[in-house]
Design a protein around this ligand. Structure first.
Ligand code: A2P
Length: 276
């Protein structure tokens, strides 16, 4: 199958390096290490999620690994992403530490968490981590279109994803177009606006009309916009609800109405303000 195409069941897409990535992931940002994180991940796996998105900076890789083992789901059936914390020095050495915490031989995707210190310096170590077999695919996060271009000029192996804050309210259309044109799949973090967008009246109107929840509408919008989407929840019923998004469709009129909520001006930037 060609890069960018969906798999037959419509639930995964083919990355530029040929690896397949499930479109829906559980994100575990701000989920404390320990029972809360283990429960969330285990519930997600029970609800059919096959993609978990963690990071060195989240401090909860060990819980993700424990939940994966306890779930009884085979390692090869779950796509695990972690991210290089760019306050550290060596992506390869840090990948090895992540694998120890996760208790796996390799992650499916290893991402530079943000372009601290510039967009290029960490990439050589990311490529080494991949060559050493610690990561099947490598990518980036919080990179604007110009930072993607800077990196592509020096990369031997191109990044296959860019993970950014993305929702109808942060509809970075030019960044999405630029990433797709360069062979990077876009992953949407905070697709519910960390909860804020669930209260929007227009989202609620669409949800009521379709007999769905606002969360399902926002997740479905991301899928129909061609994104990989990473909603976070620590509640079992919400985790389950957020996975019920492959059995309905938004009309193009509803997708366009949601597009109109964008407050970024369709920017090609990943962030309004860097935090580092
Ligand atoms: P909680 O973790 O307490 O369930 P985002 O994915 O944009 O970061 O948003 C995550 C926020 O949205 C969290 O505060 C989470 O709360 C909340 N959330 C996630 N799914 C749902 C849902 N289906 N209904 C209501 N709130 C949700």
């Amino acid at each position: 199958m060609a890069a960018g195409e969906l798999t037959q069941d419509g639930r995964a897409r083919v990355l530029a390096d040929g690896n397949e990535i499930p479109l829906l992931a559980l994100g575990v940002w701000q989920v404390p290490d320990g029972p809360e994180c283990e429960d969330s991940v285990r519930w997600a796996l029970e609800a059919g999620y096959r993609h978990i998105d963690t990071a060195q900076a989240y401090g909860n890789e060990a819980s993700v690994g424990r939940a994966l083992r306890d779930s009884g789901v085979a390692r090869e059936d779950v796509f695990i992403t972690t991210k290089f914390y760019p306050g550290s020095k060596d992506p390869e050495a840090e990948a090895q530490r992540s694998l120890e915490r996760l208790g796996v031989d390799a992650v499916d995707l290893y991402i530079v968490h943000w372009p601290q210190g510039g967009p290029t310096w960490a990439w050589e170590g990311m490529q080494r981590a991949q060559r050493s077999g610690y990561a099947r695919s490598i990518g980036i996060s919080n990179f604007s279109a110009s930072e993607v271009d800077e990196l592509l000029k020096v990369a031997e192996v191109a990044p296959v994803v860019n993970q950014v804050q993305f929702s109808p309210f942060e509809f970075r259309r030019d960044l999405l177009t630029a990433c797709e044109a360069r062979g990077l799949a876009l992953e949407a973090y905070s697709p519910l606006g960390t909860g804020r967008h669930l209260r929007d009246p227009q989202v609620a109107e669409i949800a009521d009309r379709l007999n769905r929840t606002p969360a399902q509408v926002l997740i479905r919008w991301a899928l129909q916009r061609g994104l990989i989407v990473l909603p976070k929840s620590t509640h079992r019923e919400r985790i389950e609800q957020n996975a019920q998004v492959f059995d309905f469709e938004l009309t193009s009129a509803d997708v366009e109405a949601l597009d109109g909520l964008d407050a970024t001006g369709g920017t090609d930037r990943a962030l309004e303000q860097p935090w580092w």
